[in-house]
Design a protein around this ligand. Structure first.
Ligand SMILES: NC(=O)c1ccc[n+]([C@@H]2O[C@H](COP(=O)([O-])OP(=O)(O)OC[C@H]3O[C@@H](n4cnc5c(N)ncnc54)[C@H](O)[C@@H]3O)[C@@H](O)[C@H]2O)c1
Length: 268
């Protein structure tokens, strides 16, 4: 979506690249999708919520971006195979950027009582999704011989876990750890793998982390104090998208296997 202003062409930082964003229908994934599109990338959104995912894709198309939506549950290998087929049919097998963003949590509660179903859900959506992405999507990136950038949305909870969200935290620790091992394993193919670790972001998911979370300036300021964030505010979806953009772009071409803390200093 490179624009033309006063006869001077603006070159986007992702011009010519194709990006797949899981969970791109709302929240952080939507902001990442819009940011990448504004920098010239073509976008594939894979989300199990078809209504919101299609709406974002329609909006991107109306702004001139080549965009596709596919309804997919990232916990299912068969759905990842459909995503790979879409990349083949609509983009000739080209994929430069993969953002594993889809994630879930459960309402904070004692680890003595958290249900087995919630444990299995967070590990399936947050961790197994990345396992499937490697086996379904990495072969495309290897075959194209120009490498790729994989951005896994982890959490500061992976680095500085707190109680009552033990299995969410540990699922994100798995995301951060796997990102490093994958960076090591696939560096020879030019595939970079990094993780991004936000602290609390005011999205729908935030209600799980802070019961009764209200997305108002007063409440966000109170939460930033509670979370002891030196820079005095919460993470925004834009903060996450900006770091993801840099990681997706060639500006970070020698950066791989790193957790990027987007937390205003909370993890110091
Ligand atoms: N919000 C926060 O405070 C926060 C903090 C740190 C990390 N994160 C991480 O950021 C990522 C995005 O979270 P968010 O806050 O935007 O959440 P959100 O709930 O607003 O959005 C999540 C998106 O993922 C999709 N999704 C969920 N499960 C899916 C599945 N099985 N298959 C396909 N799509 C699925 C949902 O439909 C939704 O569009 C997650 O990985 C989350 O763990 C969030």
């Amino acid at each position: 979506m490179a624009s033309q202003t006063n006869g001077t062409r603006h070159y986007g930082r992702l011009d010519g690249k194709v990006a797949l964003v899981t969970g791109g229908g709302q929240g952080i994934g939507e902001t990442i999708s819009r940011k990448f599109a504004s920098e010239g990338a073509s976008i594939i959104i894979a989300d199990f919520n078809a209504e919101s995912g299609k709406a974002v894709v329609e909006s991107l198309r109306s702004q001139g971006t080549k965009a596709e939506f596919i309804r997919a549950d990232v916990t299912k290998r068969s759905d990842w195979d459909e995503i790979a087929k879409l990349i083949q049919s609509s983009f000739n097998g080209k994929l430069d950027i993969l953002v594993n963003n889809a994630g879930t949590a459960y309402p904070a509660e004692s680890s003595l009582t958290v249900s087995e179903a919630n444990f299995e859900k967070v590990y399936a959506v947050n961790v197994k999704s990345i396992f499937h992405s490697v086996q379904a999507i990495f072969p495309l990136m290897i075959a194209q011989k120009t490498g790729g950038s994989v951005v896994n949305i982890s959490s500061i909870a992976a680095i500085r876990p707190r109680g009552k969200l033990t299995w969410y935290n540990s699922s994100k620790a798995a995301v951060s750890n796997a990102s490093k091992a994958l960076a090591h394993e696939f560096g020879e193919h030019g595939i970079r793998v990094n993780s991004v670790c936000p602290v609390l972001v005011p999205t729908q998911l935030a209600n799980n982390f802070v019961p009764g979370f209200e997305n108002t300036p007063e409440y966000r300021a109170k939460a930033a104090q509670l979370f002891q964030i030196p820079l005095g505010r919460l993470t925004t979806a834009d903060d996450v998208a900006n770091v993801s953009l840099w990681l997706a772009s060639d500006e970070s071409s020698f950066i791989t296997g790193i957790d990027h803390h987007v937390d205003g200093g909370r993890s110091i």
